[in-house]
Design a binder for this molecule. Structure first.
Ligand SMILES: Cc1cc2nc3c(=O)[nH]c(=O)nc-3n(C[C@H](O)[C@H](O)[C@H](O)COP(=O)(O)OP(=O)(O)OC[C@H]3O[C@@H](n4cnc5c(N)ncnc54)[C@H](O)[C@@H]3O)c2cc1C
Length: 428
């Protein structure tokens, strides 16, 4: 029987909130099977009011909980299994966390590039992109999807792959939250026994030249290298650089140039299972990370963009600037092959502020002209402009055409909706 958790239930406190916001839904439904997902959707549609979908509860968009509505919480659909060992195929439930996926796949000698946090859920990340610490070596997470199961707005259960539902299979890899509830995903994993992970702490004199040097170093690195940079002000930057391979000499040669970007106050490198890079903490969700973000993609960290980012930093708007590498294998995929169309950029840049403010928006607006596209999973603001940056030109049109067929009532409009707009463009 479908498990429904309501206010007053002793379990409610642990399911009402998500990572980035607090909520007070009237009912949190926890289906255990695809049939129960169909029932849950029927319940939500009959009840009316706000609907949220939740897999790992780590959506930066903060839309996986609500006030007085229904949440379909897929955390119990979290099986991780091998389908065909010879083809490296694995099937994963949307409610699994990426740390659990990595830990389960490690003994099989396999891994799927996901993101930098093991607590992020499979469902949210694998329906939009997946910019991870093996991205330049192995591509986005969505580039590994070979099939998916989806419950559509009218309660049908569809099996998506390149032959059976080619349009929906295209759409689910980048614009998935618009089309239905993903109940299972099949991935072709990569043979990755271990990786070399370096962490570096830089002391920075001036941000703009540092960013230019960082960008040049990342672009010159072999594609087995993926590199994420985190700037927290105060003249320091932290970097995580991953070499996706187990040859220590090649790893050392590829990692050494990162020591020349700027003086370090500390650095270390270790050969570790990929699972150690993305371990899950399973910390309970209490809306503990309630920041606002703006984001964009860029081809190069050139002088112009680096200076704009320096001004943003000096404006002192907030708490964190993150620069993740993309490029490499991500850009081997044609722009029209998936609903994530950004296949020529080398960097994803995200600014995080403690709360929405005009100062933050204005500081970001000064960076914006030097950006090129947007990865929707790092943006907390929905506007028509952000939508067209996330889904440029033909991508948005194709998503809208498919949407018209599969969800004419716009039931799934919570996360970067391609038609209509939600009542709230910003959660406070
Ligand atoms: C600490 C942190 C680190 C992150 N690091 C990275 C990173 O390195 N790389 C990266 O690419 N992303 C990263 N992200 C962003 C992350 O990928 C997205 O926020 C993603 O949506 C989270 O997935 P979730 O299942 O946990 O989210 P949820 O909050 O559960 O879901 C978010 C939204 O996704 C949609 N959705 C969720 N499940 C389904 C489903 N089964 N079917 C259809 N739609 C669904 C719904 O609209 C839902 O509201 C990070 C986020 C956080 C908070």
């Amino acid at each position: 029987m479908l498990d429904i958790i309501r206010p007053g239930d002793p379990r409610y406190a642990d399911v009402q909130h998500v990572y980035t916001t607090t909520g007070a839904p009237a009912a949190v439904l926890q289906p255990r099977t695809t049939d129960e997902v169909v029932q849950a959707l029927g319940f939500a549609r009959d009840t009316g009011g706000p609907l949220s979908l939740r897999s790992g509860g780590h959506g930066i968009s903060s839309v996986s909980t609500n006030e007085r509505g229904t949440v379909i919480d897929l955390s119990r659909l979290s099986t991780i299994e091998r389908v065909r060992p010879d083809a490296r195929l694995v099937r994963v439930g949307p409610g699994a966390r990426w740390g659990e996926v990595a830990a389960t796949l490690h003994p099989w000698g396999l891994a799927i590039s996901s993101g930098d946090s093991g607590d992020v859920g499979v469902g949210g990340l694998a329906t939009t992109g997946g910019i991870g610490l093996m991205g330049r070596a192995h591509g986005l997470t969505i580039d590994h999807i070979t099939a998916a199961e989806m419950v559509t707005a009218d309660g049908r259960v569809l099996h998506l792959d390149a032959q059976r539902e080619p349009d929906l299979f295209w759409a689910v890899r980048g614009g998935g939250a618009n089309m239905g509830i993903v109940t299972s995903l099949e991935f072709r994993a990569d043979p990755v026994p271990v990786v070399a992970r370096a962490t570096l702490q830089y002391r920075i004199e001036r941000l703009a030249p540092f960013l230019q040097a960082w960008g040049e170093t990342v672009e010159a690195a072999p594609r087995k290298i993926s590199a994420f940079l985190y700037l927290m002000g105060g003249g320091f930057a932290l970097a995580t650089v991953v070499y996706a391979g187990d040859d220590p000499a090649a790893a050392e040669a590829a990692l050494t140039p990162f020591l020349q970007v700027a003086p370090t106050v500390g650095h270390q490198a270790q050969v570790v299972p990929y699972a150690a890079v993305v371990a899950a903490t399973h910390a309970p969700h209490r809306g503990q990370q309630s920041g606002r973000t703006h984001t964009g993609l860029a081809v190069h960290l050139d002088q112009d963009l680096s200076e704009r980012l320096e001004s943003l930093d000096l404006a002192g708007f907030g708490q964190l600037l993150q620069i993740r590498s993309v490029g490499g294998a991500i850009n081997d995929v044609p722009a029209d092959a998936t609903a994530y169309a950004h296949r020529h950029q080398n960097f994803s840049i995200t600014a995080v502020a403690p709360s929405s403010s005009r100062a933050f928006d204005e500081a970001w607006a000064a960076v914006h002209p030097s950006l090129d596209g947007l990865y929707l999973s790092f943006e907390s603001e929905f506007t028509p402009q952000r939508l067209t940056e996330a889904f440029p030109g033909a991508t948005l049109q194709r998503l809208r055409d498919i949407k018209k067929q599969v969800d004419p009532d716009n039931v799934f409009r919570q996360n970067f909706p391609v038609v209509g707009f939600p009542d709230v463009t910003h959660r406070p």
